[in-house]
Design a protein around this ligand. Structure first.
Ligand code: 8YV
Length: 324
């Protein structure tokens, strides 16, 4: 008998077909949001699951599924998974690093440009029929070229964002706890600075940190106060690394020129304060959303699940201590 697996959210049919070659698949192509109770019910009797970053894979959920051997997130972020609980329960957890770097970096740039050139507000104004004619001083934006790009969190996606800055003749600064090795830094044409210098000197600050208790509100009122009033903040990483209330206050008070936000505290609900602001570009967590990248993410998660339940070490294992 084939092992039984859950696919917790709607995915491309090709992904279900691939899994069906190895497993008895319980899919959720109706895309009902399962939540804690739904996950507990649907994981019962399952050997593994393909899961999304929206699934709360808490200690409670994991404990309720004693047959579980592998949870394979189709996301690079895994703050939705209680890794320690997985390890205690002998469950392998995996993510999908690498396959979404370019697509997510592209969205960071799209939001950066949109914020710099005030695209959302200008478009709303045009659609509302308010454009009565060209004016010399109309919708003046901020130049991106030759400006200073700051990157907080310089992992794979941060480095991909940095490499795209060459074409804009930008100076690139970054901060991460451990500076990159010299040759990697040179490949990004980026210089390490301390966090305070990064905040003070960036014209555009892109956040690319994972969410954890250590990064909760890593950008709050105090950090925003250090930034230039002409600067723009871009968050394509995770809700909660920015104190959204403090950001809204800074944008409203003219203490920050603009922001581009793909992720929010408490999403899909977002602080209604964002909606009344003209100096913020908003997107609904679409950083990795191109067909080919979402396919690559789901297929990478499927590879991990097939390996894990086939008795092999999955390529993107997050908790190798599970084997101890
Ligand atoms: C996912 C993401 O699409 O990979 C991540 O961590 O944030 C996105 O690419 C989203 O989290 C749904 O799983």
């Amino acid at each position: 008998m084939k092992p039984r697996v859950l696919v917790s959210r709607a995915v491309f049919p090709e992904v279900i077909a691939r899994l069906a070659g190895h497993f008895e698949v319980d899919d959720n192509q109706a895309d009902v949001i399962l939540g804690v109770d739904g996950l507990k019910a649907r994981l019962a009797g399952k050997a593994g699951a393909l899961t999304a970053a929206t699934d709360p894979l808490t200690a409670d959920v994991i404990a309720a599924a004693p047959s579980l051997k592998a949870l394979c997130n189709f996301a690079v972020g895994y703050n939705n998974i209680d890794l320690a609980a997985c390890t205690r329960a002998g469950v392998m957890a995996t993510n999908t690093p690498g396959v979404l770097d370019d697509t997510t970096a592209d969205l960071a740039w799209a939001l950066l440009m949109a914020s710099a050139r005030r695209l959302p507000a200008a478009e709303r104004w045009l659609r509302n029929g308010e454009w009565k004619g060209w004016e010399f001083v109309q919708w003046l934006g901020t130049d991106v070229h030759h400006a200073t790009l700051g990157i907080l969190g310089m992992g794979r996606i941060g480095q991909t964002v940095a490499r795209r800055a060459w074409g804009f003749d930008m100076k690139v600064l970054y901060h991460k706890r451990t500076p990159l090795p010299a040759e990697q830094e040179a490949a990004c044409r980026a210089s390490w600075v301390d966090k305070e210098t990064l905040l003070r000197e960036s014209d555009f600050l892109v956040l690319l940190l994972p969410y954890s208790p250590a990064t909760h509100h890593i950008i709050g009122a105090a950090e925003l106060a250090l930034m230039k009033p002409t600067a723009h903040l871009i968050n394509v990483a995770r809700g909660g690394i920015v104190d959204d209330e403090a950001l809204i206050a800074a944008l409203r008070g003219g203490r920050l020129a603009g922001a581009g936000m793909d992720v929010f505290e408490g999403e899909p609900k977002l602080n209604p304060g964002f909606l009344g602001l003209d100096n913020v570009a908003l997107t609904p967590h679409i950083g990795s959303s191109s067909r080919s990248t979402r396919m690559a993410m789901a297929m990478t998660a499927a590879d991990n699940l097939i390996a894990a339940l086939g008795g092999q070490r999955p390529p993107n294992l997050l908790n190798p201590e599970v084997f101890k």
